[in-house]
Structure formats: structure tokens, C-alpha cells
Design a protein around this ligand. Sequence first.
Ligand SMILES: Nc1ncnc2c1ncn2[C@@H]1O[C@H](COP(=O)(O)OP(=O)(O)OP(=O)(O)O)[C@@H](O)[C@H]1O
Length: 322
Amino acid sequence: MKRQLPIKGASGASGSGHGKKAPQELENVLKQHFGYSGFRGKQLEAIEAVLSGRDCFCLMPTGGGKSMCYQIPALVKSGIVLVISPLIELQENQVASLKSKGIPAEFLSSTQTSHNKQKIHEDLDSGNPSLKLLYVTPELVATSGFKAKLTKLYNRGLLGLVAIDEAHCISTWGHDFRPSYRKLSSLRNQFPDIPILALTATAVPKVQKDVISSLCLRNPLILRASFNRPNIFYEVRYKDLLDDVYSDISNLLKSSGNVCSIVYCLERAVCDDLTMHLSQQGISSAAYHAGLNSKVRSSVLDDWLSSRTQVVVATVAFGYRY
Ligand SMILES: Nc1ncnc2c1ncn2[C@@H]1O[C@H](COP(=O)(O)OP(=O)(O)OP(=O)(O)O)[C@@H](O)[C@H]1O
């Protein structure tokens, strides 16, 4: 695996790994690597908690900046940050963005080529891995082979933090329950002195309680950021009262300017049909649903994220590939 330049501010792999840093130092790391002038909401508190070795449950709205809560520790703490996340698209996207900033990150998933997988495993098995962040799905964490790999990393002092993104998926009370998340409950016992950071945007108290107890978090710092999003508003329009739903959607998209949008539909055929309608109206759009192969879906996502396509017309398959 290609060696990267040393990350400024990181403790060496053989260091104590406690990673205690003054807020100003952490802010400097944020500025230097991400170009942002300061931390948002509860980011700093979450970062300081995990750097001090404490478990943390962090509730922040979508787009609130949850990933920074484990990306900064990855840059200042010794060892690898294991990021458990349910969506391969988001993993790919975050890894690409980190790599573009020179931060050594990888993901291990079914979509990764076997050559790349081998390089990642070689790096993990080396005495001094270059990786700072490794993204995996909960399904992979549950396999005996990967568990053994993690144990080896841990025994060599190379596991710095476990971050569990979309942590509400562990709760049967949540809307996105995913059985493999339940198996993450063994991590706390398996790696007793490694902090666990659970992140979610789902605010229901029952789910929060369930996440904390299912993950066996020990005296976690519980952080709740504000959910007030002044830039978001909701409007309901009744389909039955509209003359032509497709025209209404295309007019709305045109009047909103050239903004990035998602239109969710219940059926694949409607996605294809509406995409055709929007394209005929001169709106750059693409369909995304489980009937399309994974290569097409990846390219639709890439085009949308990089603003080459303005509108994605999708079923719930958008964001659910694992
Ligand atoms: N301190 C900061 N200042 C400015 N921008 C920030 C800061 N922290 C994060 N961001 C940016 O905010 C955006 C959203 O961050 P991020 O993707 O981590 O949100 P999230 O909470 O994980 O959202 P989601 O729930 O959708 O996963 C990203 O572009 C990120 O770079």
C-alpha cells in the first residue's frame, strides 16, 4: 500500500494513544486538513470525550457534521479508527473525500476489487499500518475472519476508536433496524479499553436508550445537538388536487433554480417514467432503483454528488446498498 506523508499532530503508533489535545490544537487540525474555521455544535465535546477514552453517544441532525467527530480523532490519535457504517455509497464517498485531502482511509466491502482488498489487508497486517480510518459494514464486523483481524489489531495496540454511524440501526424500535447491528454488542467486551462513539440523527428517547444499552456503552457522554434547521421547510401538496403531478414537479424543480434534488417514488417504473419526463423538460435527471446494476447506480450517485446531474429520481434503494 502506498505510504502517505505523516499526519501532522498524530501520535506515533507506538505512543500511549491517549491523544489528549488542547481545543486550540484540535481546531488547528480541523483548519489544516479540512479548511474549516471552527467546530460546530457538539463536535469538540464528542472529540474530546473519545480522545480521553470515554464512550460517547452523539445525536446530531443529518448534515450536522457527525463524521468530523471520528475523523479528527483519527488524525490526532494513534491507531486506526474503525468506522462501522451501513451504506456502502456513503463509505465510498467519505473515503474518496478523505483521500483527496491526503488522509489515509479505505473501505472494505463487496464492491471493492480483490486486488484493493488484498492491499488493505497487507497494510493492516504490517507492523505499522498507514491507514488512519477503515470503513466497514456491520455485516463484515460480524464475520469470524474480520473479528480475528480486529483482535490482532487490538492486541498490537493499533485499534484507536470504534465509531458506529447510524447507530439507531441497532434498535428494534428504530425505523431502520438492521439485524447485524445487534451483533455489535460484543465490541464493548471484546475491546474493553477502546472508546466507542455511537452517532445517530434519530432523536426518539426509546431508541437512544436502546442504542446505549445494546452497545453496552459505559458511562457514555450523551450529546444532543440542536435539530433546528432554518434552511429546511416542508410543504405538502395533495396529488389528487393537482392537474398533472409530473408537470408540477418539473415546474417546482425549474423554479428552485439549479439546485441538487432527490425525488422519491414508490415504484421503479415511475422513477424511469418521471426521469424521462424531466429530461424532456430540459432538467438533468437520472433514475436510481434496485432494478439498475451496481455500476449504473454508482455512476448515478457520483454524477449527482458532483453536480453533473441535478435530480435523482429514486426509490428507497437510494442509500441502501450493502
Ligand atoms: N466544523 C465544521 N465547519 C464547517 N463544515 C463542517 C464542519 N464539520 C463538518 N462540516 C461539513 O458538513 C457537511 C456534513 O457533514 P457530515 O457528512 O459529517 O454530516 P453528518 O452529520 O454525518 O450527516 P448524515 O447524517 O447525513 O450522515 C460535510 O460537508 C462536512 O465537511
